[in-house]
Design a protein around this ligand. Structure first.
Ligand code: SF4
Length: 57
């Protein structure tokens, strides 16, 4: 299960660029989860998020 903290996300777009199957940018310029499955690329995106907005459960 993936979750993006909308308050933390700064809209850098990294996660959506790295793992578009899991993340997309919404109309507020924040990332949101497309598919909650915990894949390798989703993990990489979570680790790479500069503000730690992506959580994995
Ligand atoms: S990598 Fe983090 S800060 Fe950047 S868009 Fe994704 S959730 Fe937001």
């Amino acid at each position: 299960m993936l979750k993006v903290d909308q308050d933390k996300c700064i809209g850098c777009g990294m996660c959506a660029g790295l793992c578009p199957e899991s993340f997309m940018m919404n109309h507020d310029g924040k990332a949101e989860v497309v598919k909650g499955e915990v894949t390798d690329c989703a993990k990489n995106a979570a680790e790479g998020c500069p503000v730690g907005a992506i959580s994995i459960k």
